[in-house]
Design a protein around this ligand. Sequence first.
Ligand code: PEP
Length: 281
Amino acid sequence: MQAWVIGNWKQNPATSHDVNALMDDLLTAVTAEESTRAGTAKHCQLMIAPSCIHMAAASARLQGSSVLCAAQDISAHSATTGAYTGDCSAQQVTDAGAIWTLIGHSERRQYHQESHDLLVQKLDNGLKQNLGIVLCIGETQAQYDAEQTFDVLDEQLAVIKELLEQQANQQSGQQSAAPSDVAVTLSERLIIAYEPVWAIGTGKVPTVAEVSATHKYIKQTISSFAAPLSTVSVLYGGSVNADNADSFAADSMIDGALVGGASLKAESFLAIAEAFNRAKT
Ligand code: PEP
């Protein structure tokens, strides 16, 4: 299975000049690595998620490279246009060069009080514009300490079940289970990123065994919604760096990484990608 390493730049870098410098470093290193590899298979797909303001410039620089571009978020209110001050729609980020979008990042849930219903709308809007969706889920420290991780994940993953039911109802006009074609389409456009909130930007990480067991649970849960979802990749995010990437990459349940801080330096980002590339041969 192909691995994914996705860089979430969040509200960084500060200026267009700094974005260009990061893109220079990234593209120089990717081009050099690809010419060394010449003909040998690559097992890791790279993607970056710049902030909306830098999306068009970053995606223009990525033209002709193997690196994909994602948005960090999309509007829940409209997939296209409308009176939603401050929002960027799925159509607008697609027009700016995004192929995928993150949704449900814990920072959106925490600082913007993103609800379950809002995320169902975002999922729907993204799919309407043919975007791939990286759905971020994960428990807080208090929930982890109270051993509520799987309960929290059940609630957060329920947006997928609801979306499947909604789409099935739209297609069939009846209250029935999701037809397999809807689930097949979703399976091709969905990635889950498991990110324990307490591991994001803290330097604290769960053990690989814990992540592996949690990913197994996520895979089983989404497969129970619809069999085609058994092929969906599940990435780990939370303080992944060049030093610990090998250990995560070696586990068969971990299909890649969503990387925050370490994605802001080409060297550490590409070292993480290389760890997954080596491990997933
Ligand atoms: C993130 O915010 O998605 C993330 C994983 O951040 P970091 O790698 O900095 O922990």
